[in-house]
Design a protein around this ligand. Structure first.
Ligand SMILES: Nc1ncnc2c1ncn2[C@@H]1O[C@H](COP(=O)(O)OP(=O)(O)OP(=O)(O)O)[C@@H](O)[C@H]1O
Length: 303
């Protein structure tokens, strides 16, 4: 279990993370989402004790960081896959980590197997592709068989097989009762991997919610309706409190009313409808709506 209270990190006048309160519970995969620069890596570094909070606290299994790096059997982390000495083999890299942490050599072989790097274990890590480096970083995180795992963008650079492997790994680590916190910008992948989400924007918590609830809340009370006289229907729906967007093809997107209310109003006022349907939502839709005011680095949309 990881618990943050009022967690704040400032760099000079800039607040990278502001007053975060959250708990990351064991037994589920918690996705950590937010636009570029939102503060995800900074938060992970503070959890690991690599950065100290300016104010507030973060505890790991109820204990505060005591000034030495958390031992690998408590927390394993993948932060930067390229942070490996390029001249060292995968085996030697893991072996020196194991030796420094009092972890038996047999674990090195076990995690190399687990991540599929046994055939290249004696090759220089500097020659690894990004996907192989990610696997080596994950092997390092698993080495101490820790109860808490942090992964910063673990699918970065992985091919579809690797992405499926990561998803299965995260889910099985959580099913074993471990605490798993994973950041990603890949919404479709997060939708398949995470049970719970923490979403931050500009250093502030925007959502701490089960994934399904976030998507369901986003879809709730959004209806698409096509009518012969869409202008008159739009006026009638507004009187019921609906927020209406008229699409170029004449379809009305109604927010704030469910399909039953729209259908009953249409029948009562004599509207001829050609279509009435609930709008479904995806994690990507929900995420965009949640973070639309928190994006710092926005890319212009081509005209
Ligand atoms: N060492 C540092 N010195 C100064 N500013 C920093 C430092 N580390 C992070 N920041 C700033 O803090 C903010 C949060 O950065 P952080 O890397 O935590 O975001 P992130 O959510 O991980 O972003 P990304 O998705 O792009 O990896 C950014 O504005 C960043 O520029």
């Amino acid at each position: 279990m990881i618990e943050a209270q009022g967690l704040t990190k400032r760099y000079g006048r800039k607040a990278a993370v502001s007053g975060l309160d959250f708990r990351v519970e064991p037994g589920r995969v918690t996705g950590f989402l937010g636009p570029n620069g939102a503060g995800k890596s900074t938060t992970m570094r503070m959890i690991l004790g690599l950065d100290l909070p300016t104010s507030g606290t973060v505890t790991v299994n109820g204990r505060r960081y005591q000034g030495t790096v958390w031992p690998l059997h408590q927390i394993g982390a993948l932060l930067d896959a390229r942070a490996v000495h390029p001249g060292r083999s995968a085996y030697n890299h893991l072996h020196s980590l194991a030796a420094a942490n009092g972890i038996p050599r047999s674990r090195v072989e076990a995690v190399l197997d687990q991540v599929g790097l046994t055939p290249v274990a004696r090759k220089r890590a500097g020659g690894f592709s990004l996907g192989m480096a990610q696997r080596l970083g994950i092997a390092g995180a698993l080495l101490g068989d820790p109860g808490i795992l942090l992964f910063d963008e673990p699918v970065n650079g992985l091919d579809p097989d690797g992405i499926l492997w990561i998803r299965t790994l995260m889910r099985s680590l959580a099913a074993e009762g471990r605490t798993v916190l994973v950041s990603s910008h890949l919404m479709s992948e997060m939708a398949l991997t995470a049970d719970h989400l923490l979403v931050i924007g500009q250093g502030r918590l925007l959502a701490d919610t089960p994934l399904n609830e976030l998507i369901a809340r986003d879809a709730a009370n959004r209806v698409e309706v096509r009518a012969v006289d869409h202008h008159r229907l739009a006026d009638d729906l507004r009187t019921l409190g609906g927020d209406i967007t008229l699409k170029p093809d004449g379809t009305l997107l109604v927010t704030g009313l469910d399909s039953a209310s729209v259908g009953e109003l249409a029948a009562a006022r004599g509207h001829v409808l050609h279509q009435l349907r609930d709008v479904t939502s995806s994690l990507e839709d929900a995420y965009f709506r949640l973070t639309e005011n928190s994006v710092v680095y926005r890319t212009p949309v081509p005209a």
